[in-house]
Design a protein around this ligand. Structure first.
Ligand code: ADP
Ligand code: MG
Length: 458
C-alpha cells in the first residue's frame, strides 16, 4: 500500500495546487490547507480533516470537485473519502443536555442570569419571547430564534440574525437565553456584545491569560455574540473569534450571532470568517410595517397600563417608522407627559410633545436604506452599490437606487454620487434619465420600481 500512497500523495499535491488556484488563497488556507492524504483504502483516497466540523464543510462544499480532480490524476482511483483525523481520540462528545457538576453550580451562583460566569452580560428581563410581537418583517427571525431556544441540539449553526438598529436583534437573543435558562438551568449560556468579547480578549492578551480565555468560551453550550460588526477590521480578535467559533460548532454547541448586515456585506471582515458566518441559518429582520408597529404599540400601552386612544396609536404607527426603539420611546414620552401634566392623551398633545421626533421621521428614507432595499430586491451585494463594477447585473440596480435616492430624499446630485462610491453628479443624472426612459418603455420594470418605492416609503 505504501507505494500506492506516495503516488496518491503526489497526485493530491497537484490537486491541492489546482484547488488553490480555483478558490483563492484565503479560502484555501481556511478549508483545504489543513487537509492531507492519510491513506488509501480499497482504492479509495482517504483525506483527513483536523476536525469534524471542517470535515463536514469540505464534504459539503468541495468533495465533488476534489473527487473529479483526483480522478483525473489517478486513473485507478475508486473514489475519495473525507475522514476526520484522530477520530478515536475525539471521545464521544458530551451531550449538550448533560451539564457537569461545575457548570450546574455556577448557574445557581449567578441567580438572575443564565450561567455564563462574569463574561456574560446581564439580560434584560423584558426581552423575552412573550413580549416580542411577531409580524411579517420578523416572523422568520422569531421562528429561528424559538427553534434554537427549544432545541436540544443545534438545529442550525450558527444562527445569524441581522437587521437595522432597533429592530429586535438583542431582544431575540436575550429571549433565547431566558428560555434556555428556564428549561435547562444547567446549560451554560454566554451572551455578550462583540465589543465586550474583544475587550475580554485584549485583556487576556495583556495579562497573558489567553488559556483561561479560550477555556471559558470554548466550554459553553450556547454562545451569543451581539453586534459582530464591531470586530470588523480587528484582525487578532477576528482570528480568535474564528477559532472559538469553530471549536464550538465542531462540538455541535450552538452559536448565535447578530449584526447590522448580512455576512457577505460585513466589510472589514476576513473572507473565511464571512463565509463561515453564513453557513448556518441567516435570518434577516426587515423594517417594520404599519401593522406590526400598531400591534407593538397596543401591546406596549397595555403593559404600561395606560388607556391610549386608538387614533393616537394609529398616528404613531403611521409616523414613527424608523425603528421599534424609537416607536417605544415616542409612546413612553406621550404617556409620561400626560401623567405629569394630568391631562388625557390626545392627538393634539401627542403632536405637540413629539414635534421634534415627528419632523425627523418625516424625511426618514436614507440613501443607505434605499441601497439596502434595492440590493436585496435585485439580489446583489450592498457593496456593489459603491463598487466600480459595471456589469449590467449590478449597474442597473445601482441606477435604480440612484433614481430612488433622487426621488425620495432631498439630497443633491453630488451628494448622491458621493454615497455611491464617490461617483460624479453627471453619473447620477444619467442614471435618473436612464431609469425614466426604461420606465416609459417597460411596464414590468416600471412596476418593479414602484414596488420598491412603496416599500421604502412605507
Ligand atoms: P436591536 O438589537 O436590533 O438594535 P433591540 O432588540 O434592542 O434592537 O430592540 C429595540 C427595542 O425595541 C427594545 O426595547 C425591544 O424590546 C423593542 N422591540 C424590537 N422589536 C420588537 C418586537 N417585535 N416586539 C416588541 N418589542 C420589540
Ligand atoms: Mg442590539
Amino acid at each position: 500500500m505504501s507505494d500506492d500512497l506516495s503516488a496518491y500523495d503526489a497526485a493530491w499535491g497537484r490537486v491541492r495546487e489546482r484547488l488553490r488556484a480555483e478558490i483563492g488563497d484565503a479560502e484555501f488556507k481556511s478549508w483545504l490547507g489543513p487537509l492531507h492524504l492519510c491513506g488509501v483504502d480499497h482504492g479509495k483516497a482517504l483525506i483527513c480533516a483536523p476536525t469534524r466540523f471542517m470535515g463536514d464543510w469540505v464534504r459539503r462544499h468541495y468533495l465533488d470537485r476534489i473527487s473529479a480532480l483526483m480522478d483525473q490524476e489517478c486513473n485507478d482511483l475508486g473514489g475519495v473519502e473525507i475522514t476526520v483525523k484522530k477520530a478515536a481520540e475525539r471521545a464521544a462528545p458530551r451531550p449538550a443536555e448533560a451539564p457537569s457538576a461545575a457548570t450546574g453550580a455556577s448557574s445557581s451562583r449567578k441567580g438572575a442570569n443564565p450561567s455564563g460566569g462574569d463574561v456574560s452580560a446581564p439580560l434584560d428581563p423584558r426581552f423575552n419571547f412573550g413580549n416580542f410581537v411577531v409580524g411579517k418583517s420578523n416572523e422568520f427571525a422569531y421562528a429561528a430564534a424559538r427553534r434554537v431556544a427549544e432545541a436540544n441540539h443545534a438545529p442550525f449553526n450558527p444562527l445569524f440574525l441581522y437587521g437595522g438598529v432597533g429592530l429586535g436583534k438583542t431582544h431575540l437573543m436575550h429571549a433565547i437565553a431566558w428560555h434556555i435558562r428556564e428549561r435547562h438551568p444547567g446549560r451554560r449560556v454566554i451572551y455578550l456584545s462583540a465589543e465586550k468579547f474583544m475587550y475580554q480578549f485584549i485583556r487576556a492578551l495583556r495579562y497573558q491569560d489567553t488559556m483561561a480565555f479560550k477555556d471559558q468560551f470554548r466550554s459553553v453550550d450556547v454562545l451569543m455574540i451581539d453586534d459582530v460588526q464591531f470586530i470588523s477590521g480587528r484582525e487578532t480578535t477576528q482570528e480568535e473569534f474564528f477559532h472559538t467559533f469553530n471549536a464550538l460548532v465542531d462540538q455541535n454547541h450552538q452559536v448565535v450571532i447578530s449584526a447590522d448586515k448580512s455576512p457577505s456585506d460585513l466589510e472589514g471582515m476576513e473572507e473565511r470568517l464571512r463565509s463561515r458566518l453564513g453557513w448556518g441559518l441567516v435570518a434577516d429582520i426587515h423594517q417594520t410595517d404599519y401593522e406590526l408597529r400598531l400591534s407593538i404599540l397596543a401591546n406596549k400601552a397595555e403593559h404600561l397600563g395606560t388607556e391610549v386612544p386608538q387614533k393616537v396609536l394609529e398616528f404613531l404607527a403611521h409616523k414613527i417608522t424608523s425603528n421599534v426603539r424609537e416607536l417605544e420611546g415616542a409612546l413612553n414620552r406621550v404617556v409620561a407627559h400626560s401623567t405629569l401634566v394630568g391631562r388625557q392623551i390626545s392627538l393634539e398633545a401627542t403632536q405637540e410633545v413629539l414635534h421634534d421626533l415627528l419632523r425627523a421621521n418625516d424625511r426618514r428614507v436614507t440613501i443607505e436604506e434605499i441601497q439596502k432595499q434595492v440590493a436585496e430586491h435585485f439580489n446583489i451585494r450592498i457593496a456593489d452599490m459603491h463598487s466600480a463594477r459595471r456589469a449590467r447585473a449590478v449597474a442597473r440596480p445601482r441606477q435604480v437606487a440612484m433614481y430612488l435616492a433622487k426621488q425620495l430624499t432631498t439630497r443633491s446630485l453630488p451628494e448622491i454620487g458621493r454615497k455611491f462610491g464617490g461617483r460624479d453628479h453627471t453619473t447620477v443624472m444619467h442614471a435618473v434619465r436612464k431609469i425614466e426612459e426604461l420606465r416609459a418603455t417597460d411596464p414590468g420594470f416600471s412596476e418593479d420600481v414602484d414596488l420598491l418605492r412603496r416599500m421604502l416609503e412605507n
